[in-house]
Design a protein around this ligand. Structure first.
Ligand code: S3P
Length: 172
């Protein structure tokens, strides 16, 4: 099996949009981990957080990640912004694919996520919650093989860069 392409990054860095473009370009299947969790649990992400709590959500996230990585042909996997927090998840990702971290500057993220009711960790004032959470996760995405700042790039440019790296990773 060829490895998967796994997109990690803070909320609002463009993981789902880039995943869709990559899947189109490569003709691979695309999986959104949050959607997998919602299907497995039969509940929306905000409802899981509200009724079962974040720890329960994180376990469901690890289970969904392990399932998707173990299953079948190469695919594009867009993870949720906190999927990188558990060491087990980081190991699973590094062992099973090319891990690409998407980043964006603070103002771009705030613009993209403000008023989104589907992100339980950003409820309230995004101008305040985004910088706080970004600071807490400052180094959380550093384990990735490749890091791309999406702030000033088109989706096509980002997909191109990822496909180029996947086909010809730099020699260590
Ligand atoms: C989370 C990010 C969300 C979702 C959940 C928790 C996080 O996914 O998994 O709300 O901890 O950063 P997106 O990054 O797709 O918004």
């Amino acid at each position: 099996m060829r490895p998967h392409i796994i997109l990690v990054g803070f909320m609002g860095t463009g993981k789902s949009t880039v995943a869709a473009c990559l899947a189109d370009r490569l003709g691979w299947a695309r999986v959104d981990l949050d959607t997998c969790i919602e299907t497995a649990e039969g509940q929306s992400i905000p409802a899981i957080f509200a009724e079962k709590g974040e720890a329960y959500f994180r376990q469901a996230e690890t289970d969904a990640l392990a399932r998707e990585l173990a299953d079948g042909d190469s695919k594009i996997i867009a993870t949720g912004g906190g999927a990188v927090l558990a060491e087990r998840n980081r190991t699973l990702m590094l062992d099973n694919g090319l891990v690409v971290a998407l980043t964006a500057d603070e103002q771009t993220i705030i613009r993209r996520v403000c008023n989104d009711p589907n992100r339980p960790l950003l409820q309230g004032n995004a101008e305040q919650t985004v910088p706080e959470l970004l600071a807490r996760r400052r180094t959380a995405y550093d384990f990735a093989h490749l890091r791309i700042d999406t702030s000033d790039k088109t989706v096509e440019q980002i997909a191109e860069q990822i496909i180029g790296y996947y086909s010809q990773p730099p020699k260590q």
